[in-house]
Design a protein around this ligand. Sequence first.
Ligand SMILES: Cc1ncc(COP(=O)(O)O)c(C=O)c1O
Length: 386
Amino acid sequence: MVHMQVPFYRHSLSPEKAQLVAKVLETPFLTSGPIGKEVEAQLCEYFGAKHAKLVNSWTNGAVATLLALDIGPGDEVIVPAMTFIATANVVELVGAKPVFIDCDPDTLLITPELVKAAITKNTKAVIPVHMYGQMCDIKAIREILPKDHKISIVEDCAHTFEAKFNGDRPGKYSDASIFSFYATKNVTCGEGGAIITNDSSLFERIQQSILHGMSAGAADRFKEGQYKHWGMEHLGTKANLPDLLACFLPEQIKTIDQRLALREEIAQRYEKAFLSTKIRVPKVLKGVVHARHLFPIHVGPEIRDKALLVLGEANIGATVNYRSVPTMNYYTRKNQFSGDEYPSSLKWGNGTISIPLFPGITTQEQDYVIDVLVTKIDKMIGGVKQ
Ligand SMILES: Cc1ncc(COP(=O)(O)O)c(C=O)c1O
């Protein structure tokens, strides 16, 4: 085995991209301006959505969306136990209660049945997460929601941009969908995100809630050379994305579907290599386009941390996505439960490791990762396939 160093992730923005920033500096717009507007039009076209708004993170975009939906104290929002903490934290940040649900043990996605069982008279929204890049069945979730009780669906698309479920992209059956352009995401500008929606009145409120709840944005306040007063009808946060970052997005959005083929090829190579081992991978549903954002494997709780050490010693970047959110101290303290109430999330979260998957990984690098996993880590797993 030839030893090498394989990072968990390597971005593909070259130093020449500094030209894009230089172009923004030639304009008066250091904050949100014409480039952001261009990207928003691009997003509307890509997703077939009526409206799009760039934001400075998924997290801030979600806070703004929940505020725009008037969700707050006394309200419940259904969230997966198996996700990144941000999905639940944004519910806490607006003063509402995250109600955790477990996931399907094979796909790690929430299901319509699990959502249905968690609905109470206080439920105001559900935030399905398209884990690792594979989409939940949003149409089926929409169909099980009561017809006489308004429950909004806000899709957490932090792991997907380019995925499809039965031919549909995110946004078609939900009230709003929120994306992340964080450093390791399939489309990135370092930090950032976007909200899409087909609901024009919700969009109007989102535009305000991303700017402190102000009734007019900076450009509108100075229209036609005349200062216009602004009002404030409801509470908002500060979530707009500056053109200094938005400038990295147009080209990546144009070429995202080309990179998807590369991600799929890398993911399938891993899947094939682990077929004859005890390493388990999430099930990919038939008829879906998977964004292949992360490649998690399951090696089991007995050896997971030892396996992380072996990967570290072999200079292979690896992370954990994710330990079950209700087991985090903040939530066990607050909810007075142990977190064991969500067995599939707990089992997956205690035994999973994410291994390198990015379009620029070389065949040699991937072969090295596979070699370490198959010759060292698989041997540490006792019993049957995890
Ligand atoms: C599932 C999920 N939701 C939300 C977020 C938060 O995204 P951001 O860092 O853009 O706020 C992440 C970030 O990794 C995530 O993985």
